[in-house]
Design a protein. Structure first.
Length: 142
């Protein structure tokens, strides 16, 4: 069910409310923590190096995986190599903390988009783990 209002907002008023929401997200503790962790991550030369190595390996292995002649054993080897490199990357606290902080912000944005979609269209993305509109089992958007 789409929420209906008796007083209609014009485009400028809607945009102003969107700005206020954006400012609230920008000023949230989660965003502040993310920005702090991003600076730490960007400033860590060893973390940057291992991330670049991981990305290069991932791209190289992705090209190999596209080869039509690749065998299942070769594909498994590619997955093992990438998994081992990911484990190496994950051992860097500055990287794991950055990624965790980034995920929190992404979760806020996804939840916000889901709630907006629900109130505009009545559609939910429960299949994606989003807001289903039923607050009885929810940790809260309030």
């Amino acid at each position: 069910m789409v929420y209906e209002r008796t007083d209609c907002l014009n485009m400028d008023e809607i945009i102003e409310k969107a700005k206020i929401l954006g400012e609230a997200i920008r000023d949230s503790e989660e965003m502040k923590e993310y920005l702090k962790k991003e600076i730490e991550y960007q400033s860590d030369t060893e973390a940057q190096k291992v991330t670049a190595e991981y990305n290069e390996l991932r791209e190289s292995l992705a090209l190999k995986a596209k080869d039509e002649k690749i065998t299942p054993a070769e594909m498994l080897d590619i997955r093992k190599q990438l998994g081992a490199k990911y484990e190496e990357v994950s051992r860097f606290p500055v990287i794991s903390e950055y990624l965790a902080a980034k995920k929190k912000v992404e979760d806020i944005l996804a939840k916000t988009n889901s709630i907006i979609r629900y109130y505009v269209t009545g559609e939910t993305d429960e299949a994606e783990g989003g807001c289903g509109g039923n607050c009885s089992s929810c940790g809260g958007c309030h």
